[in-house]
Design a protein around this ligand. Sequence first.
Ligand code: IPD
Ligand code: CA
Ligand code: CA
Length: 267
Amino acid sequence: MANESATITVMKMAARKASIRLKRDYGEVGHLLISKKGPGDFVTAADVRTEKILREELGKARPDFGFLMEESGEIRGNDYNRRWIVDPIDGTTNFIHGLAHFSICIALEEYGQVTAGLIFDPINEELFWAEKGTGAYLNDQRVRVSSQQNLKNSIFATGIPFGNNLSKIEQNDFLQKMQGVMSASAGIRRFGSASLDLAYVAAGRFEGYWENKLNLWDIAAGILIVREAGGIVTDLYGKDYMATNGSIIAANPSLHKPLLDLVKLKV
Ligand code: IPD
Ligand code: CA
Ligand code: CA
């Protein structure tokens, strides 16, 4: 049984509370009020409602902390050095298509460092979480990245660009890179939730994952969870910090470099 801090307990309680309504909304997905945010990227009433519950619950427990939330943006707290980074539904397109693969994501950032992260898949009751320095967990079980060393036996997840989120040149570059990974590996998966892609790398289900054009709320929790599970995470230039350019590659230590060699972006 994992030893957990009061902070992660607060995060788990908030996520579980928000998930009750979210699951009901998912059951009624056809009736939800849907408004378009941009091609391939929708906001549903459920996103807004889930975010509101998370904000209330986290705010009640830690009234001074600020927020960075996908739907509400930046909300300054009295404590300038601590904020919750929240994606209320990561995998909204899956959600509105009735595909049971989405999550609630919460990360705590303190003095610019993520110190706790949680990714909750409410349909499968899988709660991935980590605190800095204490390992990564799926529910109460410790998780580790896969020990596979061979590209040809490995599967990798990615986010295939959609709509106009990449230019034609970037799309072609992506296709070329995907072809390299296709030929070298046992296959590529596109599941539609960046956070769960990272959580699955942490749990050893995928050997690695790469994607471009993400936001901090998609990856903040997952970066910590993968690292605490023994994985390596960098941006697609091979550098340490992904939050500034929104590109990410996460993999087990044996396969991070081989995968990066195949998908690296030019500086
Ligand atoms: C999206 C998902 C998806 C990724 C997109 C994200 P959202 O988040 O994580 O897998 O490919 O780039 O925007 O919109 O469902 O919160
Ligand atoms: Ca997201
Ligand atoms: Ca979202």
